[in-house]
Design a protein around this ligand. Structure first.
Ligand SMILES: *Cc1c(COP(=O)(O)O)cnc(C)c1O
Length: 391
């Protein structure tokens, strides 16, 4: 089945029929006539439903749907994207271990890794992800994880997963890929050698800015079972209503991604031609430093991207207030187009050097393009940029 069909046919059968909408099992516990299946369900992920921290039918429907979209064996849905990140790091790492990570990580992931490194004497090697030799040379006997992102925030950086994953596998290193920015429709990292794929479902998978959630998909059933036990103990679980909202959003993922992809290309093209825009950093453009690497295994670029205003910091400040249809807000992957001026918001505490290290300029704007009519987005951008200093 194509993903387009799979996401609208998510069966949760009841006797004699199947509801068209996945039922919301809003219950914390399940009652039994017989104690044996109760005991069994507490010991494994595929036993009876006993207690919703262990398993819940609505949550399971989401886990199975996303596992299938990603081509994985099984998945664990979590309360947030960071919940999935921290579940994986806490489950896989032991004191003194070594992690190899792409240098452009999601800010929250970077902070979590740093904190764990301090606490448990972990060492981290940051790599560009473009050079297989760099990863081969970084591997030590204590290397446990290679951590990558399909498309990174905010630079659109991509690692050469198909070249790096076999090197990690040969050394017994688990490759984790944060696929939030691509979604399984544009890239399935497991097909290219990843062991674990994670998402902030808060973004494209949920897709409507109404739910916070995460998910980790496992290529291998044994690793899934190991981490499931930890998820139960750490309480990484999501709640049935969040899973239900995500399932509702997931049904239109293929339609939304098609529109996002088309809109992003149009908006990036418009901005590249605008005199007030110094430069556009979109992975889909042939001039982007990761374009060749990314196009070898990612089918399209719907993700947020950055552009720099020629007018610098002042222009960035003004631009945030000048947009009308487009909203000033964090997050991405929802129906609405959102912008952020990192230098005055998410990265306000960084000095000029630190900003440069994070590839953020004083006039950098991040834009997450939604599914509105593209002409309305371009009209809004045109009026917002009116009168700005030219490059
Ligand atoms: C948002 C995001 C996260 C964290 O997800 P939350 O749902 O906010 O916890 C992790 N990785 C990437 C790439 C993200 O965009």
């Amino acid at each position: 089945m194509h993903p387009d069909t799979r996401v609208v046919h998510i069966p949760v059968p009841v006797p004699d029929s199947t509801p068209l909408s996945v039922p919301l099992y809003q219950t914390s516990s399940f009652a039994f006539d017989d104690p044996d299946p109760l005991a069994d369900g507490l010991n494994r992920p595929d036993g009876s439903y006993v207690y919703s921290r262990f398993a819940n039918p609505t949550v399971r429907a989401l886990e199975e749907a996303v596992a299938e979209l990603e081509g994985g064996a099984a998945a664990i849905a979590t309360g947030s994207g960071m919940g999935a990140v921290s579940l994986l790091l806490h489950s896989l790492l032991r004191a003194g271990d070594h992690v190899i990570a792409q240098h452009t990580l999601y800010g929250g992931t970077h902070a979590a890794l740093r904190k764990l490194a301090d606490r448990y004497d972990l060492t981290i090697s940051f790599v560009t992800g473009h050079d297989p030799e760099e990863v081969r040379n970084a591997i030590t006997p204590r290397t446990r994880i290679l951590y990558l992102e399909t498309i990174a925030n905010p630079t659109g950086h991509s690692s050469d997963l198909p070249a790096l994953a076999p090197i990690a596998r040969e050394a017994g290193v688990v490759t984790i890929v944060d696929n939030t920015f691509a979604t399984p429709l544009l890239c399935r990292p497991i097909d290219h050698g990843a062991d674990v794929v994670l998402h902030s479902v808060t973004k494209f998978l949920g897709g409507h800015s109404d739910v916070t959630g995460g998910i980790a998909v496992f290529a291998d059933d044994a690793l899934y079972r190991e981490v499931w036990g930890e998820a139960v103990e750490f309480g990484s679980v999501t709640d049935p209503f969040a899973a239900w909202l995500t399932l509702r959003g997931l049904q239109t993922l293929p339609l939304r991604i098609a529109r996002h992809t088309d809109n992003v290309a149009r908006v990036a093209g418009f901005l590249a031609d605008h005199p007030a825009v110094e430069r556009v950093l979109w992975t889909g453009a042939p001039g982007h430093p990761s374009h060749a690497v990314a196009t070898s295994y990612v089918r399209g670029f719907a993700a947020p991207f950055c552009f720099d205003l020629a007018g610098g910091y002042e222009a960035g400040l003004t631009f945030q207030k000048a947009v009308r249809v487009i909203k000033l807000a964090p997050s991405l992957g929802g129906t609405q187009t959102l912008i952020l001026h990192p230098a005055s918001s998410s990265h306000r505490q960084l000095d000029a050097d630190q900003l440069r290290a994070a590839s953020i300029g004083p006039g950098t704007i991040r834009i997450a393009v939604g599914i509105e009519h593209p002409d309305d987005l371009i009209d809004d951008l045109r009026q917002a940029l009116d009168g700005f200093p030219a490059r």
